[in-house]
Write a protein of this length. Structure first.
Length: 264
């Protein structure tokens, strides 16, 4: 199934969605896809004039590919401008992914501060295209096009303080870019700590907070987005990273923070 087909499936029946094995990430389903599907289930419960402002995501357990998942949603509060929702991805009676989301209509305000400009590193043409290697890389990467432009690649024993480059979907039909697409693009990148290792070892996201800068620019799925993640601290198997995603025109789209676990 394509990304679009999975998004359509959760829109039609959020309580019965099966993620196929090709969207796997080790023994789990790809976290960016899980977040995207849960977000879509939440979006169905919110008025269109309230765009998403922030999502706080916890990956409680690995969602097994090929086993049905129910993307449940509770509307915690509907205020005058802000809706607060809680989403749970349930599999075999257990919570796999938990998301608290804030959706807010725009307000009148005198405060206007521009976001951070896109970082400067190698151009798209100079950046290394990351090939998909069956059986070596997480399966979901077959669907993603990544160009490495900053820092070392995973398991290269490169003490990079940051990683980054360009990302888009691979071989997807041209269509408007949505928040669901952006969640997948941001989480496509491996933990920024993995280049420090000299040999392959598991690593995954434990918690993830992502904020979307509204209004979002009009993009489509053929556009390249620019990504950078900076390691702020790592010790005892837990790393803390701050990241951003930028549109091709240099405008920031999202601000991301992750706590990652590294078994190496």
């Amino acid at each position: 199934m394509t990304f679009s087909e999975l998004i359509d499936a959760v829109r039609q029946n959020p309580l019965d969605v099966t993620v196929p094995a090709e969207w796997g990430q080790g023994r789990a389903s790809f976290g960016g896809l899980m977040a995207a599907l849960q977000y879509e289930a939440m979006r169905l419960q919110v008025a269109e004039d309230r765009p998403v402002r922030s999502l706080a995501i916890t990956f409680v357990g690995p969602a097994e590919p090929g086993v049905p998942i129910a993307f449940e949603v509770d509307v915690l509060r509907e205020g005058k401008a802000v809706s607060t929702l809680l989403g749970r991805a349930m599999q075999n009676g257990q919570v796999m992914t938990l998301i608290q989301g804030s959706f807010g209509a725009p307000r009148e305000s005198e405060i206007e501060v521009d976001s951070v400009a896109a970082p400067v590193f190698k151009s798209l043409e100079e950046s290394f295209p990351l090939p998909f290697l069956e059986g070596v890389m997480p399966s979901y990467l077959r669907f993603m096009d990544v160009r490495w432009g900053l820092g070392g690649v995973p398991f290269s024993h490169t003490p990079s303080p940051a990683i980054g480059g360009y990302v888009r979907f691979r071989e997807i039909e041209q269509q408007p870019m949505t928040v669901a697409h952006l969640l997948a693009l941001v989480d496509t990148w491996p933990p920024a700590t993995l280049p420090h290792l000299k040999r392959p070892a598991p690593g995954s996201t434990l918690t993830w907070t992502i904020e979307f800068l509204q209004p979002m620019p009009a993009l489509d799925t053929h556009d390249w987005c620019q990504y950078q993640a900076v390691i702020e601290h790592s010790r005892h198997g837990y790393g803390h990273t701050a990241a951003g995603l930028w549109a091709p025109n240099g405008k920031q789209i999202a601000i991301s923070r992750q706590t990652v676990t590294v078994f190496g």
